[in-house]
Design a protein around this ligand. Structure first.
Ligand code: SF4
Length: 205
């Protein structure tokens, strides 16, 4: 059971990625709202996703190894239980199999390559899967990360290990918000060099 603050869905699914990168960035973003600029990378991701939606509508489901399924794009999700909100790029509904599949488009070229996708992407996908289970009553046994540059999909099992990892991550995020405790800085200090919140982290240099 998550220790949540009394705010409806305080976190976005994309905050999971931020937390994995450096928990302190999320702390600053939550405690100092409106200081964060929309970076080029964020904007580019939104626009590439929109463009991909048009192409995806013309493509079949071959990239996912599926012959049939009903697709819906830009599905908005809110879960009070998880304290999360988000917009998943595409959902494949296989109602006859009792399955629902989230698909997240990414600009990364690591997806579908020899190097498998990072945990930050997988946690987001798992979050979409759990939220879809909640609204549909269907099982989210897997999801897909679709690399826009590589035009390849990587299947990600939404198994117990992934669900436990998501639960632990969400628990830590909600505790941070509830008790307003500043997390430790990232041990990977190279990340701090170009960090937009560097001026607030006097203890890292
Ligand atoms: S400066 Fe480093 S520790 Fe501080 S928020 Fe940025 S990445 Fe995290």
């Amino acid at each position: 059971m998550l220790e949540k603050v009394d705010i409806e869905a305080p976190f976005r699914v994309t905050d999971l990625k931020q937390w994995v990168y450096c928990p302190r960035i999320l702390y600053y973003a939550v405690c100092l709202p409106n200081v964060r600029p929309v970076t080029y990378k964020m904007q580019a991701g939104v626009e590439a996703g929109r463009d991909e939606e048009g192409k995806e509508a013309r493509r079949g489901l071959r990239a996912y190894g599926l012959e049939e399924g009903q697709r819906k794009f830009n599905v908005s999700l809110v879960s009070d239980r998880l304290g999360l909100r988000g917009l998943v790029d595409m959902v494949i509904w296989l109602e006859d199999k009792g399955e629902v599949i989230p698909v997240d488009y990414k600009l990364s070229d690591r997806i579908g390559a020899a190097q498998i996708a990072g945990i930050h992407f997988k946690l987001q996908l798992a979050a979409y899967g759990l939220m879809l289970e909640e609204v549909s009553g269907l099982a989210a046994r897997r999801g897909f990360l679709y690399s826009i540059p590589r035009r390849k999909a990587e299947e990600v099992p939404l198994d117990k290990r992934m669900r436990d990892r998501l639960a632990a991550t969400l628990d830590a995020m909600h505790r941070m918000l509830r008790y307003e405790t500043m997390p430790e800085p990232t041990p990977q200090r190279a990340k701090c060099v170009a960090c937009e919140f560097r001026r607030f982290c006097n203890d890292v240099f």
